[in-house]
Design a protein around this ligand. Structure first.
Ligand code: H2U
Ligand code: ZN
Length: 348
């Protein structure tokens, strides 16, 4: 009898149209590999050497204002530039290149150097949601911007260069690979069923309940059936909206609440500042309404069984497709068990 919890199988990612391999029995294998140093450093509220703290000088010499809440600026080392020359390159149909233009921004979530999202208040996180919304609206309205990617790298293991709470925005002319795949999958579903793919997916997950992590009036966080990273989650609104600007005030407050509670659970899981790359997926800003698009947030955390053991995508994953050992259902159960009071608050 086939059992999702025990037997090797592959799962379909309905959002991207790709498959992943799940090997539940491998979770028991001994670990003699590399150990990460957990992030236990205590930080000052203001670090004179931090290029994101209020009043400090950045790498390009500009001084940050004495900002009281969030603060957004153009990335001084932007990967995309609005004024890059147009043009392209082609050889025999196989070597192809196109000039790409865009804008990169950095968002400080808080003036406090020592905080992270789970340690901020609901009202402070709501300010972050509002900045994301404004930036999406302004950048997305530009004729030269057809996609706005908002994301956060958290923790040194995710390549984050600075512990000051911050995220980034890369906005560009073309729709990049992941949102392009999701557009295709969501469009196909919407054309067939007249409802968004994630509306129908959420109904199944609410009925099954085994992969749910937390809920509030407007949002649900769950470990997706097709999760590739150990504690990967998807945070999605119950109402099918295509982008942040379509959210009501109560929905934005509820997003802040869900973000806070989810990231607290992450930190509590291994009693550490839990590293991840996370971000929003929203409709392309190409002028079309995109009713097939159902906005959502992905969290991709690398930690596997403790703060010191992380997953790498190597070997089979690089050459074939993603693979995981612990099941999404087991991971969801672990996250469900976590309290929603931050562990630092408990001891402190
Ligand atoms: P991480 O989120 O991966 O740590 O990146 C921080 C960004 O901040 C990075 O893209 C930018 C870097 O280019 N940055 C500035 O814009 N100004 C600075 O003075 C330093 C870093
Ligand atoms: Zn700082």
């Amino acid at each position: 009898m086939f059992d999702l919890a025990q037997h090797p199988h592959r799962r379909f990612n309905a959002l991207t149209g790709e498959w992943l391999l799940v090997s539940p029995h491998r979770a028991l294998r001994p670990w003699q590999g590399q150990q990460e140093a957990p992030d236990t450093a205590s930080r000052p509220a203001h670090d004179p050497g931090c290029y994101l703290c209020p009043g400090n000088q950045r790498a390009n010499g500009v001084r940050n204002p004495d900002y009281p809440g969030t603060f957004v600026f153009d990335n001084d080392f932007a990967a995309l530039r609005a004024d890059a020359p147009a043009g392209g390159f082609e050889r025999g149909g196989l070597l192809r290149a196109e000039a790409e233009t865009g804008v990169c921004r950095v968002i400080c979530f808080s003036p406090r150097h020592d905080l992270t999202l789970p340690e901020m208040s609901p009202a402070e996180i709501r300010q972050v949601v509002d900045v994301w919304t404004q930036e999406f609206a302004t950048l997305g309205a530009r004729p030269d911007i057809n996609y706005v990617q908002i994301f956060e790298n958290k923790g040194a293991v995710m390549g984050c260069s600075n512990p000051h709470p911050h995220g980034q925005i890369w906005a560009q002319r073309t729709v990049p690979g992941e949102p392009a795949k999701e557009t295709q999958q969501q469009l196909a579903h919407f054309e067939t069923h007249g409802r968004t793919l994630l509306t129908d997916y959420l109904a199944i997950e609410l009925a099954e309940a085994s992969r749910l992590v937390l809920e509030n009036a407007h949002w649900v966080a769950l470990v997706p059936f097709w999760a590739a990273w150990p504690f990967e989650t998807l945070l999605l609104p119950r109402r099918p909206v295509a982008d942040l600007t379509q959210l009501s005030n109560p929905e934005k407050d509820a997003l802040a609440d869900a973000l806070r509670r989810l990231t607290i659970r992450y930190d509590n899981l291994f009693q550490t500042s839990f590293p991840y790359s996370a971000g929003l997926h929203q409709r392309p800003t190409d002028g079309a309404a995109h009713p097939e698009w159902h906005l959502h947030l992905h969290f991709f955390p690398p930690l596997l069984r403790s703060a010191s053991v992380r997953k790498f995508m190597v070997g089979y994953e690089l050459l074939a497709n993603p693979q995981r050992d612990i099941t999404p259902e087991w991971a969801a159960g672990q996250l469900r068990q976590q309290p929603e009071v931050h562990y630092k608050e408990k001891v402190g």
